[in-house]
Design a protein around this ligand. Structure first.
Ligand code: HEC
Length: 105
């Protein structure tokens, strides 16, 4: 009886875990992609006086920002972010957002 309960508990956790993986991006892959962002936003994503901090940004919010830059909905003066999101796929952006969400803001 106890083992059965345990099995249900394990299954429940697994379902939760795979569910969240599908919904979000892959932080490990995001970390690989983030080398392109680190030049400006810093290795730790904390930015500097010219570049905003992006560490600890909410994943969904970050993804929304990247998509908005890519589509031209959000325009920064130098078009830097347009340039850096131009080549990214939707999956790339999701992975990046997932990675930065794991960093301390
Ligand atoms: C050449 C420098 C540079 C690079 C490289 C760069 N960014 Fe940016 N990023 C900026 C600047 C400058 C801004 C502020 C733009 C503005 O005024 O809207 C910005 C803004 C952002 C914002 C919005 C932050 C906020 O709170 O509004 C996000 C998110 C972001 N960048 C993510 C990224 C990601 C992810 C990458 C890598 C794919 C990246 N950036 C690469 C310079 C850069």
């Amino acid at each position: 009886m106890l083992t059965r309960k345990l099995m249900f508990a394990v299954m429940f956790v697994l379902v939760l875990a795979t569910g969240s993986l599908q919904a979000g991006g892959d932080p490990a892959r995001g970390q690989e992609l983030s080398v392109d962002c680190a030049d400006c936003h810093g290795i730790d994503g904390k930015g500097d006086e010219d570049n905003p901090a992006i560490a600890g940004l909410d994943e969904a919010k970050h993804l929304g920002l990247l998509k908005a830059y890519q589509s031209g909905e959000l325009v920064d003066e130098e078009e830097t972010m347009l340039m850096f999101t131009e080549e990214l796929s939707e999956q790339d952006m999701a992975d990046l957002a997932a990675y930065y969400a794991t960093l301390e803001g």
